[in-house]
Design a protein around this ligand. Sequence first.
Ligand SMILES: Cc1cc2nc3c(=O)[nH]c(=O)nc-3n(C[C@H](O)[C@H](O)[C@H](O)COP(=O)(O)OP(=O)(O)OC[C@H]3O[C@@H](n4cnc5c(N)ncnc54)[C@H](O)[C@@H]3O)c2cc1C
Length: 600
Amino acid sequence: MSRTTFVDILKIPEMTHHKIHMRRVLVSAVLSLCLVSINAIEAQPVVEKRVAIIGSGAGGSSAAYWLSRAFPSSGDIKISSTVFEALDRVGGRSITIPIMDDPANGVAELGASIFVEVNWNMMNATKKFGLELKKLGSVDSRFGLWNGKEFIFQETGNSWWDTAKGLFRYGIAPFRVRNLVLSATDRLAYAYDHSFFPAFTNLKTLTSFLNFGEETSRTARHYLITDSHVKASYIEQIVQSATRVNYGQNIDRIHALGALVSMAANGAKSVKGGNWQIFQKFIEESGAKLRLETRVVGIKKLVDKKTGTTVYEVESEGGEKEMFDAVIVAAPVHNANINFNNVPSSAASALLDNPPAFETIHVTFVAGQRDPSYFGVDNLETLPNMVVTTADTTHFPGGQYPFTTFAEHHFHNDSKESIVKIFSNKEISDSLLDSLFVSRSWTFRHAWQAYPTLIPILDAEYEKMAAKNRIEAAKQSSLSISTLRDIFTNFLREWGVLPQKKVEVKEVTEEVPTKVGPFALKWPPIVLDEEHEGEGDGGVFYVNAFENWISTMETETISSKNIVRLLHKQWCPKCEPFGDGWTEQANEQPSDAVEKKNEL
Ligand SMILES: Cc1cc2nc3c(=O)[nH]c(=O)nc-3n(C[C@H](O)[C@H](O)[C@H](O)COP(=O)(O)OP(=O)(O)OC[C@H]3O[C@@H](n4cnc5c(N)ncnc54)[C@H](O)[C@@H]3O)c2cc1C
């Protein structure tokens, strides 16, 4: 009997070609079956997440874009997003109008006009989408500060002379403010550093992370004049002009962060043809469904009976209802008119019951010949083309300034007419226009609910900290010995001859006064139905909460990116956090580092 040895087993018996082929097919079939089952173990089932975005302005359109970047189609989570827009166009407060109603004359920005180089998202978007940048307006801007009687400060157009005049008048104040602005923009830049800066669930965290407690809890006047000791005339005249131009608000009201951002408008840019094109592109590139002329009237939080998960029913004006896994509200709640049903959280109720106040800004465009005599000036050459009124109303008729800014944007040589844009807090009457212009051929008016009143926020935490500091300071000063009498009385106290001095230490509680002048107490919430404060564990997010911090197109894109980062963390807890949204997402799969961190 022949014995089969181990070596024999290893020998390949002689086979026909066909047999060899069949064997290969079998082996590869078995192998691929194994691979399939290994993959089946490793791969996550593809999950679909439906996101409703309400509003197609800077906030909503960028939210759609960030979602498509955070959850690429190659990943395990498929996003199906729908942008609901009440109007028949994209862009919200970013819109252009044809000059003199004729597109052949070009267009003018009616709302959000400019952004600056440090606005990383806006700049990146224009580059990526191939949009052309331009300077706003075609005339060189010469600034004049008008008090109703005279120009109390005026540029000549000669930069050397204007700088010398500024130095003579304000000394080093411009440099001191410049440093404060640089410090603020440096800190703001950290909001882009996603490797360092975690997604935040409320603005209190953002404020303390970027160390803006002081700038957001004090008025510009208090912070710049009282605390920073910058020359009052510079703050009242130049900084206040900037806050009036940018936010229609005075330094006694606006928080210091608003003032510093207003002073950071150097090198302002806008997109040729209109800034709204960025937002149009965001939506196009995102692949989101866009539903124009579809006003959302209700959001209802429900539990899906089949899966037991939370879902949101979004109802639009026509009565149509759709289910979503998350909702991003990218429109100010005070005029979005949305009924929030079963979206519980005390912060959300406070916001909805008492939404932040917005400034009404009237924009008036005129094509006409300016009348220099209105300003007590002889000729147009000497009339500044960017006139800002003072906050001091002493010399204005009826004690009210007629407008905040009166700015010439273009000059048409043929018609000798200027295109002038006027900002005011009341509608500009025809009779006022008649005195501002010798003649006019076109007038266009629009009133905006423009931006929130940027009042300082006396956040409870901050107040608690400040109160503690005050108590510490009181304790310290009560122990300081400054005179011989103090030494003597302290000596007697030490020896028990005199009773010990009682240090008044007030109990610090969470309770702070409910109204402190123009101060509000809390930032609007970002997660409207958060179950555990600070966890971000809700599904209805509010982009425009950020507007009370600062209201710009750029900051709305930062706010929406933060919300997408929160969603990404919720839906993909083991993934690398969503990055900057511009560079390719490194890896959708959990990284070693993240896994290790979770194991700890
Ligand atoms: C006159 C003016 C000048 C400004 N100047 C500048 C500037 O120079 N630079 C700058 O960066 N910023 C400027 N801003 C501020 C800037 O416009 C805003 O911060 C920013 O555009 C807000 O974008 P958003 O998408 O959050 O809101 P919005 O642009 O207001 O978009 C909200 C959208 O939601 C839609 N909507 C509302 N309710 C519903 C609903 N129920 N259902 C469906 N859709 C709804 C609205 O129609 C709108 O399209 C200016 C604003 C104004 C008004």
